[in-house]
Design a protein around this ligand. Sequence first.
Ligand SMILES: Cc1cc2nc3c(=O)[nH]c(=O)nc-3n(C[C@H](O)[C@H](O)[C@H](O)COP(=O)(O)O)c2cc1C
Length: 200
Amino acid sequence: MPEQFISVKPGTLLAPVPAVMVSCALPGQKPNIVTIAWAGTVNSEPPMCSVSVRKERFSHGIIRDSGEFVINLVGEAQLKATDFCGVKSGRDVDKFAACGLTPARVPGFTAPAVAECPLYLACRVTKMLELGSHDMFIGTVEQMGVKPEMMDGAGRIDFSKAKLAAYNHGNYYALGSALGFFGYSVAAPDVLARRMKELK
Ligand SMILES: Cc1cc2nc3c(=O)[nH]c(=O)nc-3n(C[C@H](O)[C@H](O)[C@H](O)COP(=O)(O)O)c2cc1C
């Protein structure tokens, strides 16, 4: 078969990805926030996430020594702070204070969540993999918190309220309108019509 692509230098172009604010803390010390694009969901049962952090980041030692990290999803309203937390180090700046962000208690965790963010996933580290440039911390999601204003009338999380942002090759984007839903390619016509209407 013909080769239909131009071969380019292998890199980290998986996109779009979330850029999240990861909060972390050691007992008795000020909490920190680091922006992470190399974050992922790595297991469903139990729910597990990963964050890949360079050894030289201030946050690296905090996550390693505390064995915790809190992933805070980022909406458009938190995007500027997210960028700031990705260019300034907690060695030099109290990022919660500098960004006017509020630490929120996470039951059983030293690290706070970021109260302004729509949803957090608090993870307990189970493994650290040294991959090269980054160390990947894999953690089990032990607590999850959602802002009350994210819930719809039926007790479900309405993600459209979060106005989540995506990170795509160095730039931040708003999510566009819904294009489909899980299984829509094989959904019955009436289900497809109803669900698509709900998504609009
Ligand atoms: C959009 C964005 C994504 C980033 N993703 C990562 C990442 O996945 N891993 C990482 O180690 N650093 C990442 N960084 C860089 C760190 O957030 C940055 O070096 C930060 O200042 C480190 O803070 P700290 O020293 O307080 O830990 C990212 C920065 C930005 C702006």
